[in-house]
Ligand binder design. Structure first.
Ligand SMILES: NC(=O)c1ccc[n+]([C@@H]2O[C@H](COP(=O)([O-])OP(=O)(O)OC[C@H]3O[C@@H](n4cnc5c(N)ncnc54)[C@H](O)[C@@H]3O)[C@@H](O)[C@H]2O)c1
Length: 371
């Protein structure tokens, strides 16, 4: 199989979908790998380090897309890439289609095979290709939030852990999954007061036991959110309903009640976000805006800021699936791997992921009928 790796186009997206080690594994398995020049540069891998493994470097991204049987990417293709879609092309990347009507249509029209990292799901319902980026996103949410709480960055001017005789900042985390837990670990580590909310009582029980006395847990409902959000110096949105658009749990009225100079980091923005005052993602170039006196940070590709860590963390988990797709072909790979099968979102013009068909009110086709 010919595997193509284009350079990411999203502003300041510095990750790459394949490392030289991954390329080596694919080439050893008998495949050809084409890489757009400098695709790995910002992640710490120059073209030479790929060429040493036998990768062919292409100047023009069109050559990568045209020759490839499978494209490995990090972020969803941008509009300028839709023209490269073709029948039978496997595209393995983050798609987050429930929030992307135009991309969904372009994939359907092209009859390509879109397998989404974020919906690959193990039998225990965990999402193995989302986990490492959520680990990064949660840690970064607190790191960025602490920066914007500084007066010199527009915030209210509060130190995360306070000092003796002065209380710490209050970090409120909505969603206690991978992002929420990574965020709370860092916030606790920095000495903040931390409250975490979720609807999953088992999860809150677990965190309560592990962080006994160091965090407060609260059941997530509209009433409790309204009470707690107004006390937050830093509010972190970390909710996920797999494959679906995130509900806007934090209403505009709740944001209005927050103190001026408070900070919201909505990590869940890549699925639509859980904060009503944010309608679209921001970028690393322009990460924040102020509304009702509150700083809003809603970067859709937070891990892109730390590409050397993120690329390794991502490719550690995507490579085994990429190898399977390359070695077996997409049909057999999906037949043999139930987790990968859940990744099928749009296949040969049909929507094969229930939440995506529901988001756009389009017909759903069971992937089994296409294998
Ligand atoms: N912006 C970025 O760069 C970036 C990076 C990593 C992850 N993410 C996104 O962050 C989000 C969270 O990811 P995750 O890996 O932590 O997911 P997860 O599934 O591990 O956790 C989500 C949590 O949300 C909880 N939840 C659902 N409904 C809720 C409600 N009404 N109130 C409170 N909690 C509720 C779930 O019970 C679960 O514990 C996802 O949308 C993911 O795509 C974004």
């Amino acid at each position: 199989m010919i595997i193509g790796v284009p350079k990411e186009l999203k502003p300041q997206e510095n990750r790459v979908a394949l490392t030289p080690a991954g390329a080596d594994a694919l080439i050893r398995a008998g495949h050809r790998v084409l890489l757009e020049t400098n695709a790995g540069y910002e992640s710490g891998f120059d073209d030479k380090s790929y060429m040493e493994q036998g990768v062919e470097i292409k100047e023009d991204p069109a050559d990568v897309w045209k020759e490839a049987d499978m494209i490995l990417k990090v972020k969803a293709p941008l509009k300028s890439e839709y023209a490269y879609f073709k029948e039978g092309l496997v595209i393995f990347t983050y798609f987050h289609l429930a929030n992307e009507p135009e991309l969904t249509k372009a994939l359907m029209d092209s009859k390509a095979i879109a397998i989404a990292y974020e919906t690959v799901e193990l039998p225990n319902r965990s999402l193995p290709l989302l986990t490492p980026m959520s680990e990064v996103g949660g840690r970064m949410a607190v790191q960025q939030g602490a920066i914007y709480l500084d007066k010199i960055h527009g915030g209210k001017g509060k130190l995360m852990d306070g000092v003796p005789g002065v209380p710490p900042a209050h970090v409120v985390i909505v969603g206690a999954g991978v992002v929420g837990t990574a965020a709370l670990r860092r916030a606790v580590g920095l000495g903040a007061r931390v409250t975490v909310l979720d609807i999953n009582i088992d999860r809150l029980t677990y965190l309560n036991e592990v962080f006994l006395g160091k965090i407060e847990t609260l059941y997530s409902n509209n009433y409790n959110l309204a009470q707690i959000v107004k006390t937050a110096d830093l509010l972190i949105g970390a909710v996920l309903i797999p494959g679906s658009k995130t509900p806007k749990l934090i209403t505009e009225d709740m944001v209005k009640e927050m103190e001026p100079g408070s900070v919201i980091v909505d990590v869940a923005i890549d699925q639509g976000g859980c904060v009503a005052t944010i309608d679209k993602p921001t970028t690393h170039e322009n990460p924040t805006f102020v509304k009702h006196g509150v700083i809003h940070y809603a970067v859709g590709n937070i891990p892109g800021a730390v590409p050397q860590t993120s690329t390794l963390a991502l490719t550690n988990v995507t490579l085994p699936y990429a190898l399977k797709l390359a070695n077996l072909g997409w049909k057999r790979a999906l037949q043999e791997d139930s987790a990968l099968k859940k990744g099928a979102n749009v296949v040969q013009g049909k929507i094969t992921y229930p939440a995506v068909s529901k988001a756009f009110n389009l017909d759903y086709t069971n992937i089994d009928s296409l294998l």
